[in-house]
Unconditional design. Sequence first.
Length: 345
Amino acid sequence: MPGSPRFRLAAAAVAAAALLTVATGCASGDSGGDAAGGGDRYVLKVTDPGNAGPLAVGKRDGTFDEALAPLGAKIEWVNSTPGFSSNLKLFNTGQLDVSGGAYSPVVGALSKNVGVKIIAVADPAGKDQNGILATKDSGITDVAGLVGKRIAVNPAAKGEYITLKALQQAGIPFNKVERVPLQQAEAGSAFSTGQVDAWASFNQPYQEAKAAGGVEIATEESIGSVDNTIVAFRTEVLEERPDVADVYLKTLQQLTDRQRENPDDYENVFEKAGPRALNGDRLTRALALGADASTPRYPTAKDAEDLESVSALFVQAGVIQKPVTAEDVFFDLPAQLQKYRSGQK
């Protein structure tokens, strides 16, 4: 299991080996081209980070490309839509290799045979920043008020999980509330125009809708959500180039550690003004979250338990037909890396 002492010792050994490899500029099993810059490079396609966070700083400073260069690899930043589940087609077609997300959309993806796996998990942070909002005109003031109403959710993903978890906690049968399947962009429009009565949302879209007058009736914190943040890779990449995935993860970990030390450098990374820039209360809130950022780590036994509880809720509500297990979802990167470096296939 990921949480066992044996797993942790193996992970530590692999981590040390990976750091030594990067320091010396030599990559065992490197099939990605000339490390000095000649030849074709292995391209890792990552969701574009926008204007904030560790990925944005890494993009601005070239941190990922510098770390990956000894492996003959580089980053390609891919424009994508908000929410992991809205980008499943990009994973399926090989246009996207890496994305952040949560347990719920990966469970949903595997139920649809999308080849993605989780390599790392981040402890909960900012769980009061995601939840359920009701429109001012709906008259809804609590979860019980959702009965007979329409709520926008991104299907088989975080929005649907938040909704089901809130209904379960309130003792409300799932079929008493109409869940309208919409991705974040479409849901925001439907919410603002009154086409739905409520919206289960997260991250920046949630904060913007709340600031515009949305009535908060539940948060991930208040409902006891365990839908933790994750780092997911296309499975084919993990099997072909675990060394690239390993260095990517370690670079992300280092950047996240620095974010806690200097959160100001991680907001408004490319633009200090304009529609993507934060200011006022929004900036203050983002800086507080940055100072409390959780560093991604290998999954533990507790993470496996939490993930399987998300899967069980989806099965209970009929979102997926059969349970998705932690073994189905978590990828043992240290073990694959050892095989790769020893020349095994």
